[in-house]
Design a binder for this molecule. Structure first.
Ligand SMILES: [Zn+2]
Length: 394
Protein backbone atom coordinates (compact mmCIF):
# COMPACT_ATOMS: atom_id res chain seq x y z
CA UNK A 1 0.00 0.00 0.00
CA UNK A 2 1.29 3.42 -0.88
CA UNK A 3 1.66 5.76 2.01
CA UNK A 4 -0.47 8.87 1.78
CA UNK A 5 2.60 11.08 1.38
CA UNK A 6 3.98 8.94 -1.42
CA UNK A 7 0.56 8.86 -3.03
CA UNK A 8 0.32 12.65 -3.06
CA UNK A 9 3.85 13.13 -4.28
CA UNK A 10 3.31 11.05 -7.38
CA UNK A 11 -0.26 12.14 -8.04
CA UNK A 12 0.80 14.75 -10.57
CA UNK A 13 2.52 12.24 -12.84
CA UNK A 14 0.59 11.56 -16.03
CA UNK A 15 -0.41 8.11 -17.28
CA UNK A 16 2.19 7.23 -19.84
CA UNK A 17 1.81 4.42 -22.34
CA UNK A 18 4.81 2.37 -23.35
CA UNK A 19 4.74 0.17 -26.40
CA UNK A 20 7.20 -2.65 -26.38
CA UNK A 21 8.41 -4.21 -29.60
CA UNK A 22 6.57 -7.42 -30.30
CA UNK A 23 9.54 -9.74 -30.54
CA UNK A 24 7.56 -12.66 -29.25
CA UNK A 25 3.99 -13.19 -28.19
CA UNK A 26 3.57 -11.41 -24.84
CA UNK A 27 1.89 -13.19 -21.98
CA UNK A 28 -0.51 -10.27 -21.48
CA UNK A 29 -2.01 -7.74 -23.88
CA UNK A 30 -2.08 -4.86 -21.42
CA UNK A 31 -0.66 -4.22 -17.98
CA UNK A 32 -1.86 -1.46 -15.66
CA UNK A 33 1.12 -1.04 -13.44
CA UNK A 34 1.88 0.53 -10.07
CA UNK A 35 -1.54 1.76 -8.95
CA UNK A 36 -3.64 1.35 -5.85
CA UNK A 37 -6.28 -1.16 -6.88
CA UNK A 38 -9.68 -0.67 -5.24
CA UNK A 39 -12.14 -3.42 -6.11
CA UNK A 40 -15.02 -3.32 -3.61
CA UNK A 41 -16.56 -6.46 -5.15
CA UNK A 42 -13.68 -8.40 -3.56
CA UNK A 43 -12.90 -6.01 -0.70
CA UNK A 44 -9.57 -5.54 -2.40
CA UNK A 45 -7.65 -2.33 -1.68
CA UNK A 46 -3.89 -2.46 -2.08
CA UNK A 47 -1.00 -1.75 -4.42
CA UNK A 48 -1.15 -4.17 -7.33
CA UNK A 49 -0.79 -4.51 -11.08
CA UNK A 50 -3.69 -5.51 -13.30
CA UNK A 51 -2.88 -7.79 -16.24
CA UNK A 52 -5.30 -8.16 -19.13
CA UNK A 53 -5.48 -10.77 -21.86
CA UNK A 54 -8.11 -11.43 -24.52
CA UNK A 55 -10.33 -8.67 -23.17
CA UNK A 56 -10.47 -10.23 -19.71
CA UNK A 57 -8.78 -9.54 -16.39
CA UNK A 58 -6.00 -12.13 -16.23
CA UNK A 59 -4.33 -11.31 -12.92
CA UNK A 60 -4.39 -8.75 -10.11
CA UNK A 61 -1.24 -9.00 -8.05
CA UNK A 62 1.89 -7.03 -7.14
CA UNK A 63 5.05 -6.94 -9.23
CA UNK A 64 3.95 -8.27 -12.59
CA UNK A 65 6.91 -7.60 -14.89
CA UNK A 66 6.28 -5.03 -17.62
CA UNK A 67 8.14 -7.31 -20.02
CA UNK A 68 5.27 -9.80 -19.84
CA UNK A 69 2.85 -7.40 -21.54
CA UNK A 70 2.60 -5.96 -25.05
CA UNK A 71 1.53 -2.59 -23.65
CA UNK A 72 1.56 -0.92 -20.24
CA UNK A 73 -0.22 1.94 -18.56
CA UNK A 74 1.76 3.56 -15.75
CA UNK A 75 -0.74 4.00 -12.90
CA UNK A 76 1.84 5.00 -10.32
CA UNK A 77 0.14 7.20 -7.73
CA UNK A 78 -3.29 6.55 -9.20
CA UNK A 79 -6.34 4.52 -8.34
CA UNK A 80 -7.20 1.54 -10.49
CA UNK A 81 -10.88 0.63 -10.16
CA UNK A 82 -13.48 -1.34 -12.12
CA UNK A 83 -14.99 0.58 -15.04
CA UNK A 84 -17.57 2.95 -13.57
CA UNK A 85 -21.31 2.24 -13.83
CA UNK A 86 -23.60 5.27 -13.98
CA UNK A 87 -27.19 4.10 -13.52
CA UNK A 88 -28.88 7.44 -14.13
CA UNK A 89 -27.86 9.43 -17.19
CA UNK A 90 -29.49 10.99 -20.22
CA UNK A 91 -26.77 9.77 -22.51
CA UNK A 92 -29.17 8.53 -25.18
CA UNK A 93 -29.99 11.92 -26.58
CA UNK A 94 -26.92 12.41 -28.76
CA UNK A 95 -24.96 9.71 -30.48
CA UNK A 96 -21.63 10.91 -29.04
CA UNK A 97 -22.84 10.90 -25.40
CA UNK A 98 -21.65 7.42 -24.46
CA UNK A 99 -18.17 8.11 -25.84
CA UNK A 100 -17.95 11.29 -23.76
CA UNK A 101 -18.87 9.32 -20.64
CA UNK A 102 -16.38 6.60 -21.57
CA UNK A 103 -13.57 9.15 -21.39
CA UNK A 104 -14.74 9.79 -17.80
CA UNK A 105 -14.20 6.11 -16.97
CA UNK A 106 -17.86 5.09 -17.45
CA UNK A 107 -17.94 1.71 -19.19
CA UNK A 108 -21.58 0.86 -18.35
CA UNK A 109 -24.49 3.25 -18.11
CA UNK A 110 -28.23 3.64 -18.08
CA UNK A 111 -30.09 6.18 -20.17
CA UNK A 112 -32.94 6.86 -17.77
CA UNK A 113 -36.17 7.82 -19.43
CA UNK A 114 -35.35 10.55 -21.91
CA UNK A 115 -37.76 8.87 -24.30
CA UNK A 116 -41.11 7.14 -23.95
CA UNK A 117 -42.77 4.65 -26.27
CA UNK A 118 -43.05 7.20 -29.09
CA UNK A 119 -39.33 7.94 -29.28
CA UNK A 120 -37.75 4.82 -27.86
CA UNK A 121 -36.54 3.32 -31.16
CA UNK A 122 -34.16 6.22 -31.79
CA UNK A 123 -32.70 6.01 -28.29
CA UNK A 124 -32.33 2.23 -28.57
CA UNK A 125 -30.44 2.73 -31.85
CA UNK A 126 -28.05 5.11 -30.07
CA UNK A 127 -27.62 2.61 -27.22
CA UNK A 128 -26.88 -0.22 -29.64
CA UNK A 129 -24.28 1.87 -31.44
CA UNK A 130 -22.62 2.99 -28.18
CA UNK A 131 -19.12 1.68 -27.56
CA UNK A 132 -20.05 0.86 -23.96
CA UNK A 133 -22.60 -1.30 -22.17
CA UNK A 134 -25.56 1.07 -22.49
CA UNK A 135 -29.05 0.18 -21.37
CA UNK A 136 -32.24 2.21 -21.51
CA UNK A 137 -35.21 2.91 -19.28
CA UNK A 138 -38.40 3.84 -21.07
CA UNK A 139 -40.27 6.85 -19.76
CA UNK A 140 -43.70 5.92 -18.41
CA UNK A 141 -45.03 8.84 -20.44
CA UNK A 142 -45.04 7.91 -24.13
CA UNK A 143 -43.77 11.35 -25.18
CA UNK A 144 -40.75 11.13 -22.86
CA UNK A 145 -39.50 14.20 -21.01
CA UNK A 146 -41.70 17.09 -22.11
CA UNK A 147 -41.97 20.67 -20.79
CA UNK A 148 -45.66 20.30 -19.91
CA UNK A 149 -44.89 17.26 -17.73
CA UNK A 150 -44.32 13.66 -18.85
CA UNK A 151 -47.25 12.27 -16.85
CA UNK A 152 -49.47 15.34 -16.55
CA UNK A 153 -51.92 13.88 -19.07
CA UNK A 154 -52.73 10.29 -18.15
CA UNK A 155 -53.48 9.59 -21.80
CA UNK A 156 -49.69 9.64 -22.24
CA UNK A 157 -49.28 6.79 -19.73
CA UNK A 158 -50.14 4.24 -22.37
CA UNK A 159 -49.69 0.79 -20.87
CA UNK A 160 -50.00 -1.11 -24.15
CA UNK A 161 -47.46 1.10 -25.92
CA UNK A 162 -45.05 0.86 -22.99
CA UNK A 163 -45.28 -2.93 -22.88
CA UNK A 164 -44.91 -3.29 -26.65
CA UNK A 165 -41.82 -1.06 -26.66
CA UNK A 166 -40.13 -3.08 -23.92
CA UNK A 167 -40.99 -6.38 -25.58
CA UNK A 168 -39.59 -5.08 -28.87
CA UNK A 169 -36.28 -4.15 -27.23
CA UNK A 170 -35.85 -6.60 -24.35
CA UNK A 171 -32.06 -6.67 -24.81
CA UNK A 172 -31.67 -2.91 -24.38
CA UNK A 173 -34.74 -1.54 -22.56
CA UNK A 174 -34.22 -2.91 -19.06
CA UNK A 175 -36.85 -1.02 -17.09
CA UNK A 176 -39.18 1.95 -16.76
CA UNK A 177 -38.53 5.48 -15.52
CA UNK A 178 -41.29 7.43 -13.80
CA UNK A 179 -40.62 11.05 -12.94
CA UNK A 180 -43.09 11.83 -10.19
CA UNK A 181 -42.46 15.38 -8.99
CA UNK A 182 -45.36 17.79 -9.13
CA UNK A 183 -44.37 19.74 -12.27
CA UNK A 184 -43.96 16.41 -14.12
CA UNK A 185 -46.86 14.31 -12.83
CA UNK A 186 -49.14 16.63 -10.85
CA UNK A 187 -51.86 14.64 -9.14
CA UNK A 188 -51.22 11.65 -11.41
CA UNK A 189 -48.10 10.42 -9.60
CA UNK A 190 -49.63 7.33 -7.97
CA UNK A 191 -51.88 6.38 -10.87
CA UNK A 192 -49.03 6.71 -13.37
CA UNK A 193 -46.74 4.66 -11.14
CA UNK A 194 -49.38 1.95 -10.74
CA UNK A 195 -49.80 1.76 -14.51
CA UNK A 196 -46.04 1.52 -14.98
CA UNK A 197 -45.87 -1.21 -12.35
CA UNK A 198 -48.63 -3.14 -14.16
CA UNK A 199 -46.23 -3.34 -17.09
CA UNK A 200 -43.00 -3.81 -15.13
CA UNK A 201 -44.12 -6.53 -12.73
CA UNK A 202 -45.19 -9.20 -15.25
CA UNK A 203 -42.10 -8.49 -17.38
CA UNK A 204 -39.86 -8.71 -14.31
CA UNK A 205 -38.15 -5.36 -14.91
CA UNK A 206 -37.44 -2.62 -12.39
CA UNK A 207 -38.93 0.85 -12.24
CA UNK A 208 -36.75 3.81 -11.40
CA UNK A 209 -38.72 6.60 -9.78
CA UNK A 210 -37.64 10.17 -9.52
CA UNK A 211 -38.78 11.26 -6.04
CA UNK A 212 -39.06 14.66 -4.37
CA UNK A 213 -41.60 17.49 -4.50
CA UNK A 214 -44.38 15.03 -5.25
CA UNK A 215 -48.09 15.60 -4.77
CA UNK A 216 -48.45 12.28 -2.91
CA UNK A 217 -46.60 11.48 0.33
CA UNK A 218 -43.44 9.43 -0.21
CA UNK A 219 -44.69 6.43 1.85
CA UNK A 220 -47.68 6.09 -0.50
CA UNK A 221 -45.32 6.07 -3.47
CA UNK A 222 -42.86 3.62 -1.90
CA UNK A 223 -45.77 1.28 -1.18
CA UNK A 224 -46.20 0.78 -4.94
CA UNK A 225 -42.55 -0.22 -5.43
CA UNK A 226 -41.28 -3.80 -5.51
CA UNK A 227 -37.91 -5.35 -4.69
CA UNK A 228 -35.30 -4.26 -7.24
CA UNK A 229 -36.95 -0.94 -8.01
CA UNK A 230 -34.81 2.18 -7.69
CA UNK A 231 -35.49 5.52 -6.06
CA UNK A 232 -33.36 8.27 -7.56
CA UNK A 233 -32.80 11.79 -6.21
CA UNK A 234 -32.90 10.32 -2.67
CA UNK A 235 -31.75 13.61 -1.08
CA UNK A 236 -34.45 15.68 -2.76
CA UNK A 237 -35.57 18.62 -0.61
CA UNK A 238 -39.16 18.73 0.72
CA UNK A 239 -41.97 18.41 0.17
CA UNK A 240 -41.89 14.63 0.41
CA UNK A 241 -38.21 13.99 0.99
CA UNK A 242 -36.90 10.97 2.92
CA UNK A 243 -36.80 12.82 6.29
CA UNK A 244 -39.80 14.07 8.24
CA UNK A 245 -40.14 17.65 9.53
CA UNK A 246 -38.03 16.87 12.58
CA UNK A 247 -35.23 15.32 10.53
CA UNK A 248 -36.11 11.72 11.27
CA UNK A 249 -35.81 9.17 8.47
CA UNK A 250 -39.26 8.00 7.40
CA UNK A 251 -40.03 4.46 8.57
CA UNK A 252 -41.31 3.78 5.05
CA UNK A 253 -37.81 4.44 3.68
CA UNK A 254 -36.21 2.01 6.13
CA UNK A 255 -38.88 -0.51 5.23
CA UNK A 256 -38.35 0.01 1.49
CA UNK A 257 -34.61 -0.60 1.84
CA UNK A 258 -35.32 -3.80 3.76
CA UNK A 259 -37.59 -4.87 0.92
CA UNK A 260 -34.72 -4.57 -1.56
CA UNK A 261 -35.47 -1.17 -3.06
CA UNK A 262 -32.33 0.74 -4.06
CA UNK A 263 -31.71 4.38 -3.18
CA UNK A 264 -29.68 6.36 -5.68
CA UNK A 265 -28.18 9.85 -5.49
CA UNK A 266 -28.85 11.30 -8.98
CA UNK A 267 -27.02 14.65 -8.98
CA UNK A 268 -28.96 16.45 -11.71
CA UNK A 269 -29.25 20.21 -11.80
CA UNK A 270 -32.66 21.27 -10.51
CA UNK A 271 -34.29 20.52 -7.13
CA UNK A 272 -32.61 17.16 -6.47
CA UNK A 273 -30.29 17.92 -3.52
CA UNK A 274 -28.83 20.57 -1.29
CA UNK A 275 -25.84 20.37 1.02
CA UNK A 276 -27.95 20.63 4.20
CA UNK A 277 -29.80 17.41 3.38
CA UNK A 278 -26.65 15.59 2.34
CA UNK A 279 -24.95 16.68 5.59
CA UNK A 280 -27.94 15.52 7.61
CA UNK A 281 -28.04 12.20 5.77
CA UNK A 282 -24.33 11.60 6.43
CA UNK A 283 -24.85 12.39 10.13
CA UNK A 284 -27.76 9.95 10.25
CA UNK A 285 -25.76 7.38 8.22
CA UNK A 286 -28.37 7.33 5.45
CA UNK A 287 -25.93 6.59 2.65
CA UNK A 288 -26.70 6.03 -1.02
CA UNK A 289 -26.64 2.52 -2.48
CA UNK A 290 -25.54 4.00 -5.77
CA UNK A 291 -24.23 7.37 -6.88
CA UNK A 292 -25.23 8.59 -10.33
CA UNK A 293 -24.94 11.78 -12.31
CA UNK A 294 -28.25 12.37 -14.13
CA UNK A 295 -25.76 13.44 -16.80
CA UNK A 296 -26.63 15.11 -20.06
CA UNK A 297 -24.67 17.37 -22.36
CA UNK A 298 -26.04 20.48 -20.63
CA UNK A 299 -24.71 19.13 -17.32
CA UNK A 300 -21.19 18.82 -18.68
CA UNK A 301 -20.61 22.48 -17.94
CA UNK A 302 -22.87 22.90 -14.92
CA UNK A 303 -22.87 21.23 -11.47
CA UNK A 304 -22.46 17.68 -12.72
CA UNK A 305 -19.55 17.93 -15.19
CA UNK A 306 -18.57 14.25 -15.07
CA UNK A 307 -18.89 11.17 -12.88
CA UNK A 308 -15.61 11.77 -11.04
CA UNK A 309 -16.77 15.22 -10.04
CA UNK A 310 -20.03 13.85 -8.64
CA UNK A 311 -18.28 11.06 -6.74
CA UNK A 312 -15.86 13.63 -5.26
CA UNK A 313 -18.79 15.40 -3.58
CA UNK A 314 -19.20 12.35 -1.36
CA UNK A 315 -15.51 12.31 -0.43
CA UNK A 316 -15.98 15.94 0.62
CA UNK A 317 -18.87 15.08 2.94
CA UNK A 318 -16.90 12.29 4.54
CA UNK A 319 -17.80 9.02 2.82
CA UNK A 320 -14.80 6.68 2.70
CA UNK A 321 -13.16 6.29 -0.71
CA UNK A 322 -13.87 2.57 -1.01
CA UNK A 323 -17.55 3.13 -0.18
CA UNK A 324 -17.80 5.83 -2.85
CA UNK A 325 -16.17 3.53 -5.42
CA UNK A 326 -18.57 0.72 -4.45
CA UNK A 327 -21.53 3.02 -5.19
CA UNK A 328 -20.23 3.43 -8.74
CA UNK A 329 -19.07 -0.14 -9.37
CA UNK A 330 -19.97 -3.26 -7.37
CA UNK A 331 -23.32 -2.06 -6.00
CA UNK A 332 -24.32 -0.34 -9.23
CA UNK A 333 -23.68 -3.66 -11.03
CA UNK A 334 -26.39 -5.30 -8.92
CA UNK A 335 -29.17 -2.93 -9.93
CA UNK A 336 -29.77 -4.31 -13.43
CA UNK A 337 -29.27 -7.94 -14.51
CA UNK A 338 -27.55 -6.72 -17.69
CA UNK A 339 -24.70 -5.42 -15.55
CA UNK A 340 -24.01 -8.83 -14.06
CA UNK A 341 -20.29 -9.46 -14.31
CA UNK A 342 -19.46 -5.74 -14.57
CA UNK A 343 -18.17 -3.55 -11.75
CA UNK A 344 -15.41 -5.94 -10.71
CA UNK A 345 -11.76 -6.69 -11.42
CA UNK A 346 -12.15 -10.36 -10.57
CA UNK A 347 -9.86 -12.44 -12.80
CA UNK A 348 -11.91 -13.81 -15.69
CA UNK A 349 -14.26 -10.83 -15.83
CA UNK A 350 -14.47 -8.41 -18.75
CA UNK A 351 -11.56 -5.98 -18.54
CA UNK A 352 -13.38 -2.69 -17.98
CA UNK A 353 -11.10 -0.50 -15.87
CA UNK A 354 -10.83 3.16 -14.88
CA UNK A 355 -7.51 4.69 -13.90
CA UNK A 356 -8.27 7.67 -11.70
CA UNK A 357 -6.13 10.33 -10.17
CA UNK A 358 -7.14 11.40 -6.66
CA UNK A 359 -6.06 15.02 -6.89
CA UNK A 360 -5.31 16.99 -3.74
CA UNK A 361 -6.01 20.70 -3.54
CA UNK A 362 -9.00 23.00 -3.26
CA UNK A 363 -11.96 22.17 -5.45
CA UNK A 364 -15.39 23.75 -5.64
CA UNK A 365 -18.52 21.62 -5.73
CA UNK A 366 -22.07 22.83 -6.22
CA UNK A 367 -25.52 21.60 -5.15
CA UNK A 368 -28.74 22.22 -7.13
CA UNK A 369 -29.35 25.57 -5.40
CA UNK A 370 -26.07 27.31 -6.24
CA UNK A 371 -24.69 26.24 -2.86
CA UNK A 372 -20.91 26.04 -3.24
CA UNK A 373 -18.56 24.00 -1.08
CA UNK A 374 -14.81 23.56 -1.18
CA UNK A 375 -13.38 20.08 -1.00
CA UNK A 376 -9.76 18.94 -0.80
CA UNK A 377 -9.92 15.94 -3.12
CA UNK A 378 -11.10 15.36 -6.63
CA UNK A 379 -11.33 12.17 -8.68
CA UNK A 380 -10.12 12.72 -12.24
CA UNK A 381 -10.10 9.84 -14.72
CA UNK A 382 -6.86 9.64 -16.67
CA UNK A 383 -7.34 6.41 -18.58
CA UNK A 384 -10.19 4.05 -19.41
CA UNK A 385 -9.91 0.45 -20.50
CA UNK A 386 -12.96 -1.04 -22.21
CA UNK A 387 -13.06 -4.76 -22.89
CA UNK A 388 -9.28 -4.86 -22.57
CA UNK A 389 -8.68 -1.97 -24.99
CA UNK A 390 -7.20 1.29 -23.82
CA UNK A 391 -9.34 4.29 -24.71
CA UNK A 392 -7.52 7.55 -25.26
CA UNK A 393 -8.46 9.83 -22.40
CA UNK A 394 -7.65 13.51 -22.13
ZN1 LIG B 1 -32.84 12.06 -14.90
Amino acid sequence: MLTRRRFISVAAAGAAVFKLPRLSAAEYDLLIKGGRVIDPSRRFDRAADVAIKGGKIAAVQPNIAASTAAESIDATGKLVVPGLIDIHTHAGREKEDAALCLADGVTSLVEAGSAGADGIDAVVAIAKAAPTRMRVLINAGKKGIIPEGDLMDLANVDVAAMRAAIERHRDVVVGIKARLSKPVAGKNDLEALKRAQSVARPLGVPIMIHMGQTESPLPDILAVLKSGDIVTHMYAPPPNGIFDGSGKLLAAVTDARKRGIWFDFGNGRVDHFNWAIVDHAMKERVLPDTISTDWGQAARTDQVFNFGNVLSKFLMVGMPLDAVIACATSTAAKTFPSFKGAGTLRPGSTADVAVIELRQGSFEFEDNYKGKRAGTQKLVTTATVLGGKRITTS
